[in-house]
Write a protein that binds this ligand. Structure first.
Ligand code: HEC
Length: 108
């Protein structure tokens, strides 16, 4: 009788150790930052590179050194801006001007 109790106890301990309580994350449900498109969604805003430059200088050097538009091609900037614009919390108008400024001065 005593032996069987010990065996059951041991089994329980072994089983308890195998089951991991840590949840496994298989997919990311909510992205911290929603990426945006750099393509103009409206033609109502006329891109102004001078305004874009001001926005760039004021908003893009806050978390890291201010990058130079020439560092990347317009194509690379599309990708970078799609996740940096939400980080800088730019509105639609700022987005259009900033994108124009960066792309005009991008690496060829
Ligand atoms: C809230 C903070 C924050 C703001 C504001 C921000 N960035 Fe960034 N940026 C980061 C972080 C963090 C990284 C490092 C890469 C990553 O985690 O994606 C980064 C990386 C970069 C890179 C390097 C990307 C690469 O692939 O090498 C560039 C270029 C860049 N940011 C440009 C910008 C521009 C342009 C703006 C303005 C629209 C901006 N950032 C605003 C946080 C920020």
């Amino acid at each position: 009788m005593k032996k069987i109790t010990i065996v059951i106890l041991l089994l329980l301990i072994v089983m308890a150790c195998q089951k991991k309580a840590v949840p496994v994350i298989t997919e990311r449900k909510n992205e911290p930052f929603k990426s945006v498109t750099t393509a103009p969604t409206t033609t109502a805003i006329k891109p102004d590179t001078a305004i874009g430059k001001t926005v760039f200088i004021n908003r893009c050097g806050k978390c890291h050194g201010l990058p130079e538009p020439i560092q990347f091609t317009a194509e690379r900037w599309d990708g970078i801006l799609s996740y940096m614009i939400p980080r800088a919390r730019l509105d639609e108008v700022q987005r259009v001007h900033l994108t124009a400024y960066v792309k005009v001065n991008a690496a060829k």
